[in-house]
Design a protein around this ligand. Structure first.
Ligand SMILES: Nc1ncnc2c1ncn2[C@@H]1O[C@H](COP(=O)(O)OP(=O)(O)O)[C@@H](O)[C@H]1O
Ligand SMILES: [Mg+2]
Length: 416
């Protein structure tokens, strides 16, 4: 611990120049230290590498990453090789084998995959930050597939409300059918438990509830209790005009899936504030708006397999803000760099052609896209999505018309 603390002070001093994170106090908080220690490094080398993964890999600029690396190396007296660190790591050791997907396994995908898998293995909530089209959503989907886990997704926007995240009271439809089903189930259970139902009105919900109450009393401690309780719940709900419907977060917590909250920074602070307790080590959620008979209806504790991954674009563009530092620090942040048009771009575009014979068009297509970006003065004009759409169009058009011009096809696909 002494080593980490000395590192903390060195880091704070280094933050006198405005790098790494926006404020000196954000360089290394206690939460970072707990996360670092929680990954249980077994050697000083591993301690430094985990520190690098946690502190440097969230930096958005290369010089910041280098600064963190230098501080770690000078304090811990080891050498960190980021490239070989990810190349050498054994994926099955992390408990995950990449599933087959439409994604091309590039070195940057391997880095992001390892960082995300390591965080999830340690049950840390993850924040993926990157420009549009850098592959954040695809990475989360790919990870869920590779882990063989269900993914529950919520796309945030300016009008996302708390109800969209947690759930809300909704009007009950088909109430007659629900009533009939509940009564039939009750009669069936009564018969199984040897209760005479000859004199009971089959549609009298109150009479059924009375029988259940006395059975719950008589059969205390028996294995039938659970069934009777859920039957009581079902009967109590038949006259409700409104009933609670769980939102994606609550569903995901209850079923123990991976919850992906996409473009989180677009949502209002009142929505994001509800995440705070789920991101604490206890990971509970108080659903005050739900109401209910049991405490477990209101205080949600997730299954142990529940994980949370959120994505956001860096602040700055229209409608895109940064998260508050309190919320941001609860996540393990991973910076996803834009897909470059060099090695990774070439590998991805090469793999996306319908026919391998079209690969000779990869370099001209990328050069053409680079040229447009240079002319306009922004690299956001043509992203990877546009290039992939172009390969699809080119593939289908070149199949029928070998003379089509590259420029006109690209222009036509970009207009769509
Ligand atoms: N490694 C990759 N191989 C192939 N396609 C990729 C890769 N990474 C990203 N893409 C593609 O880039 C596009 C943008 O990815 P997406 O995950 O939607 O980005 P984001 O969520 O960051 O905006 C998608 O069409 C996706 O399939
Ligand atoms: Mg996305």
């Amino acid at each position: 611990m002494r080593r980490e603390l000395s590192l903390y002070f060195v880091n704070c001093r280094s933050a006198a120049k405005p790098v790494v994170f926006s404020k000196a106090g954000e360089v290394l908080l206690l939460r970072d230290l707990f996360r670092w220690a929680g990954r249980q490094p077994s050697s000083v080398q591993e301690l430094a590498e985990i520190g690098y993964m946690l502190l440097a890999e969230r930096a958005r600029r290369e010089d910041d990453r280098i600064m963190v690396k230098e501080v770690l190396e000078s304090v811990l007296k080891v050498t960190i090789h980021p490239t070989s660190l990810y190349a050498a790591l054994d994926l099955p050791q992390l408990g995950v084998t990449p599933a087959s997907s439409g994604l091309t396994w590039t070195s940057s995908l391997r880095r992001a995959f390892i960082l995300l898998a390591t965080a999830l293995k340690n049950h840390e909530p993850v924040l993926l930050v990157g420009e549009t089209g850098s592959g954040k959503t695809s990475l989360a989907e790919f990870m869920a597939k590779s882990l063989g886990r269900d993914l529950v997704m919520l796309n945030c926007h300016q009008n996302t409300e708390v109800g969209d995240l947690l759930g809300s009271q909704r009007p009950v439809r088909n109430r007659t059918i629900l009533r009939k089903d509940a009564c039939n189930s009750a009669l069936q259970v009564f018969r199984q438990l040897g209760v005479s139902v000859d004199e009971v009105d089959p549609s009298d919900v109150n009479a059924h509830l009375q029988i259940i109450s006395s059975l719950l009393h008589e059969l205390k401690g028996s294995p039938h209790m659970e069934k009777l309780r859920s039957l009581r719940e079902q009967l109590l709900h038949v006259d409700f005009l409104f009933d609670w419907e769980d939102g994606p977060l609550v569903k995901s917590m209850k079923e123990g899936s991976i919850f992906l909250m996409d473009e989180i920074s677009l949502a209002d602070d009142s929505v994001l504030e509800r995440l705070n307790s789920v991101l604490e080590p206890s990971r509970t959620l108080l659903l005050a708006e739900r109401g209910g008979l049991d405490a477990s209806d209101v205080l949600i504790s997730p299954r142990p397999e529940f994980e949370i991954v959120v994505t956001m674009n860096p602040g700055g563009d229209y409608g895109k803000k940064e998260l508050s530092s309190a919320l941001r620090n609860r996540f393990t942040e991973i910076w996803i760099p834009p897909l470059d048009n060099k090695d990774d771009g070439i590998a991805i575009v090469n793999a996306s052609w319908m026919h391998s014979s079209l690969r000779s068009f990869t370099t001209p297509l990328i050069k053409f896209a680079d040229w447009i970006c240079q002319e306009v003065g922004s690299s956001a004009v043509i992203g990877m999505r546009d290039l992939l759409v172009s390969t699809l169009h080119l593939g289908s058009i070149l199949g029928s018309n070998q003379h089509a011009g590259l420029g006109s096809i690209l222009k036509c696909s970009l207009r769509k």
